[in-house]
Design a protein around this ligand. Structure first.
Ligand code: CA
Ligand code: CA
Length: 134
């Protein structure tokens, strides 16, 4: 029941995102260039839409590069809808928690490596300095 409701919300949101994409894609070729994106986020109605997705406008410029997943310089429909759904609300806080978890795992691995090398964290700056002066 909850899953069904969530799927419906997701579909409604995807539909809304497609409308937003049509607005941003000013030449209507189905992809959004960096120029189109930067021009669009100056518009108040687009800003309101981005704000409604709980995405900070201060991050909107970075958003383009995060959405362009294959790095070809344009955002296609799939990149836009999947990316925006990923960044909004719940998914976004989930992503942050995943990053925190990965970070913690990395720190744990670093501590283990240091341990294996017989070093303490306080030894690191000296070790680095010694290597650099060689
Ligand atoms: Ca376009
Ligand atoms: Ca792309």
């Amino acid at each position: 029941m909850i899953v069904k409701k969530r799927n419906q919300q997701r579909e409604a949101c995807a539909g809304h995102l497609l409308e937003l994409l049509t607005e941003i894609d000013t030449d209507g070729d189905g992809t959004v260039t960096h120029e189109e994106f930067l021009e669009s986020i100056k518009r108040e109605d687009i800003q309101q839409n981005i704000d409604a997705l709980q995405i900070d406008l201060a991050e909107a410029e970075l958003l383009f590069f995060m959405l362009d997943k294959d790095g070809d310089g344009t955002i296609n429909t799939r990149e836009f809808v999947n990316g925006m759904l990923r960044f909004k609300g719940e998914a976004r806080s989930f992503d942050i928690h995943m990053l925190v978890l990965h970070n913690r795992q990395m720190l744990y691995m670093c501590a283990e490596v240091l341990d294996l090398l017989g070093m303490r964290q306080s030894d690191i700056p000296k070790q680095v300095r010694n290597r650099m002066s060689v």
